[in-house]
Write a protein that binds this ligand. Structure first.
Ligand code: MN
Length: 164
């Protein structure tokens, strides 16, 4: 899909959807390392070299714990939750900005009360995410607060992923 070929105006709809933007829900299959995440690609512009996506993590859900060479620029639009970036865990709220540098472990988790929605900007040309090995998960859990973060609910490493 190349949004450069699409109309210039795509009105917002109810519920954090957009006219003319495909809604891509991902269902947890029991073994995947994410839970209840949807993706909408708002802009994909080869000319700009970037993509802007809207991800929504359902109540109590979480994105894949991963790292990669490419960076992310995130703005929270909806709800509350927590994110892990490197060794740091932060609470997030609407309009907060989160930079995820190259090769930095990251994961977003929605609160138990509401979905967490955020914009995420990435380069059009980007590498595939890496998932942590068992040893890397063990090392991450040794950091302050990270075990609690990863264990609600239980995190399962797996090779197929919904990366953000
Ligand atoms: Mn990512």
């Amino acid at each position: 899909m190349d949004n450069e070929q699409q109309p210039n105006f795509r009105p917002a709809l109810e519920g954090f959807r957009w006219d003319g933007v495909a809604y891509q829900p991902y269902k947890q299959d029991g073994s995947a390392p994410f839970k209840d995440v949807s993706r909408q690609v708002l802009f994909h512009a080869d000319g700009l070299g970037c993509e802007l996506r809207y991800f929504e993590v359902g109540t109590g859900g979480y994105s894949t714990l991963e790292r990669h060479q490419h960076a992310h620029a995130v703005m929270v639009l909806r709800g509350h939750g927590e994110c892990l970036v490197g060794a740091e865990i932060r609470s997030v709220k609407p309009l907060d900005l989160v930079s995820i540098p190259s090769w930095t472990w990251h994961q977003f988790r929605a609160s138990e009360h509401e979905p967490l929605g955020f914009l995420c900007m990435v380069n059009v040309a980007r590498d595939r995410p890496q998932l942590p090995t068992e040893q890397e998960v063990t090392d991450l859990k040794a950091l302050p607060g990270v075990a609690r973060f990863l264990e609600k609910p239980e995190h399962k490493a797996h090779r197929s992923a919904l990366s953000i």
